[in-house]
Design a protein around this ligand. Structure first.
Ligand code: GUN
Length: 297
């Protein structure tokens, strides 16, 4: 069997085109959605991600404010910035790139963000809303992107067994909650496996949908999936490759070559889930702007 490639790049483009139109209409009504991204420190990968998020926002017609603070920033100063952004009427979405330097408590920072501006969906109030099935919650961008990819490529999770490999707060746990929702794109039977799971293959072989989000190359191999499975690869791992100009290449958590011989559909890395995360951040920002306008009357 040769798999269909689910192109996150193409689906994200489609979503961003829809958002461009929506933002243009909102701007005509006098509402300019605004996104603030906050980067603390100079981690190269984080700088790249935050830069991409800011540029994508600007391209969509979203007002973008990018704040970069030194790695030595105190927790107090970061909390003061968040307070300012919470009270800024031009800002509807706040994203603090994780991880933060060790002197700053991530949980305290996430708790300080106004849940209505929490476009990452990481605030405990939003985690709770997602867990209790609130249809209007701002849901974390990467798992939301995975649901969009499945639905838009004709894979309805309803009634299927989805196995998520990975239990992070950013992907694995919210992914499980979204797939469980009694809503379009949900209604799956969900298993969450992780690094301590015994005989992972025995579990993934029962899956109709495998979502790999562990951060380790080749975690899912051909022998670990059943024919016809849909595989979504959330991993982005750098592996040494002296043939490449940079000396490395980016691969996912799935052995793409092997698994694509068995799967009916699979996402590539790069060009899979990555572009969807950014598209969903823009979608969350637009949703937050609309809700905040409504709440302001
Ligand atoms: N670090 C890795 N992924 C993410 C994300 O989706 N949002 C934020 N804020 N930080 C991250």
């Amino acid at each position: 069997m040769s798999s269909k490639i689910i192109s996150g790049k193409d689906i994200a483009r489609e979503i961003r085109d829809e958002l461009n139109e929506q933002v243009a209409e909102l701007r005509e009504e006098g509402l300019v959605p605004g996104l603030a991204t906050v980067l603390v420190g100079d981690d190269a990968a984080s700088r790249l991600y935050v830069g991409m998020k800011g540029r994508a926002a600007a391209e969509a017609g979203i007002h973008s404010r990018q704040v970069t603070l030194p790695a030595s920033t105190s927790e107090e100063d970061l909390l003061a910035l968040i307070d300012e952004l919470n009270n800024d009427p031009e800002i509807h979405g706040i994203l603090v790139q994780l991880p933060l330097p060790p002197q700053i408590d991530d949980a305290k920072v996430l708790l300080a963000i106004n849940p209505d501006k929490d476009v990452d969906g990481f605030h405990p109030v939003n985690v709770g809303r997602l867990a209790t099935g609130d249809p209007d919650v701002l849901a974390p961008c990467t798992p939301r992107g995975v649901i969009e990819m499945l639905v838009r490529s004709g894979v309805d999770p309803s009634g299927k067994h989805a196995v998520i490999v990975g239990r992070s707060n950013i992907v694995g746990k919210p992914m499980a909650l979204l797939l469980l929702r009694k809503a379009p794109g949900g209604n799956a039977t969900v298993t969450v496996a992780h690094s301590r799971t015994g005989d992972l293959g025995a579990i993934t072989r029962t899956a109709d949908i495998v979502i790999a989000a562990v951060g380790w190359p080749n975690t899912i191999t051909k022998d670990m999936v059943k024919p016809g499975v849909t595989v979504i690869d959330v991993g982005t791992n750098r592996v040494d490759d002296p043939t490449r100009p940079r000396g490395y290449r980016v691969v996912g958590d799935v052995d793409f070559e092997g698994v694509s011989e068995v799967a009916s559909a699979i996402t590539p890395v790069p060009g899979g889930v990555g572009p969807m995360t950014i598209a969903m951040l823009l979608a969350n920002t637009v949703e937050a702007a609309i809700r905040l306008r409504k709440a302001a009357g």
